[in-house]
Design a binder for this molecule. Structure first.
Ligand code: NAP
Length: 306
């Protein structure tokens, strides 16, 4: 099969399209024919290890010292079950699925074998594979942190970084949960964030949200602490009594299969929609990584695996 292989850590150019053996599903694994994947910000961290020294050392220990032990990167997929292991019972051959796996990787390829009990669910029938590949990463991360923060109907929630993969999901999910959402983003993304259901959108290039009189029950930093620290320095000043400021970088998210099923249902009902910035071909994976490395994508960057 065709796969993109990462043979060492480094810039996007370390990624190479190669022919490698097609994997065979073991015991409770299913093999998925991948039709679309996504280049996430996490993929770029794994490839480039552009992290602080302490995190880089931990990442090398976890992922492989000189190169990723699993050389085919990619955590997100949409496609169809192509073959099932001898003890796998949950999925049938031909079933359309989408999912996320932050430990096994392997989705920059035509096929991957994942355990059937992982973050894998039936793809929303109304979405194309490319659209479905734009749901799991931001959706699961946003749900995890919104739940951790205990978001409830009627709360005033501010999403800082409302235009990224996590941010566009957080705006839609917080609104779905009944919150009144304020999104913060740059000028080019104001209309997008409003279209996702934010009742107020603040352009941070023109205005500091902490200068406003509004108070918030939750401020969710969807950009990540390395970039958001300066902008959020004064965020506690605009918290309502009992309010909280939570970052997408606060600890490891709890990613749950039932949340993927929920995201599938919400997408089917049109309660959430995928936000795709650009779609690349698998052959153009280097260019896709360069684009995501810039840190300015709107929503998701999807890769069509024909
Ligand atoms: N805890 C975990 O285990 C975990 C796992 C995965 C990811 N994360 C974190 O989640 C973060 C977000 O991921 P993502 O994929 O959603 O990111 P993303 O899609 O790359 O987010 C990019 C958005 O951030 C905004 N942005 C970039 N630089 C900014 C700045 N200096 N100030 C304000 N806004 C800025 C940009 O919007 P504008 O152009 O509109 O400003 C852009 O749309 C990652 O960077 C990582 O820190 C954490």
């Amino acid at each position: 099969m065709k796969a993109v292989v990462c043979t060492r850590y480094g810039p996007p150019e370390v990624l190479r399209l190669e022919e490698i053996a097609t994997p065979v599903p073991r015991k409770i694994e299913v093999r998925i024919r991948i039709l679309a994947t996504a280049v996430t910000s996490s993929d770029c961290y794994v490839r480039g290890l552009n992290l602080s020294l302490a995190y880089r050392l931990m990442a090398r220990l976890a992922l492989g010292w000189n190169a990723p032990r699993q050389p085919v990167l990619g955590m997100v997929l949409s496609g169809e079950v192509d073959s099932v292991g001898p003890d796998a019972r949950s999925f049938a051959v031909g079933q359309p699925v989408f999912g996320f796996n932050r430990h096994r990787f392997g989705t920059y390829a035509q096929y991957v074998c994942w355990p059937e009990d992982g973050l894998l669910a039936t793809r929303p029938a109304n979405l194309t594979d490319e659209e479905a590949a734009a749901i799991p990463y931001g959706g699961l991360l946003a749900l995890s942190f919104l739940r951790k923060a205990g978001v409830r109907a009627g709360q005033r929630v501010l999403v800082f970084g409302a235009s990224g993969a996590v941010g566009t999901s957080a705006v839609q999910l917080a609104r779905h949960l009944g919150a009144e959402v304020t999104g913060v983003c740059s000028t080019a993304n104001v209309d997008l964030v409003a279209s996702l259901g934010a009742t107020t959108v603040i352009d941070y290039t023109r205005e500091d949200f902490t200068d406003r009189a509004e108070r918030y029950d939750l401020i969710f930093d969807a950009v990540g602490r390395r970039k958001s620290t300066a902008a959020l320095r004064r965020c506690r000043q605009v918290l309502a009594p009992g309010g909280a400021c939570v970052s997408v970088d606060d600890g490891r998210p709890k990613l749950r299969r039932e949340d993927l099923v929920l995201l599938s249902e919400l997408a089917t009902k049109g309660e959430i929609r995928p936000v795709i910035d650009r779609t690349f071909a698998l052959d153009d994976i280097v260019e896709a990584h360069r684009y995501v490395d810039d840190g300015r994508k709107r929503g998701n960057v999807v890769v069509a695996v024909a």
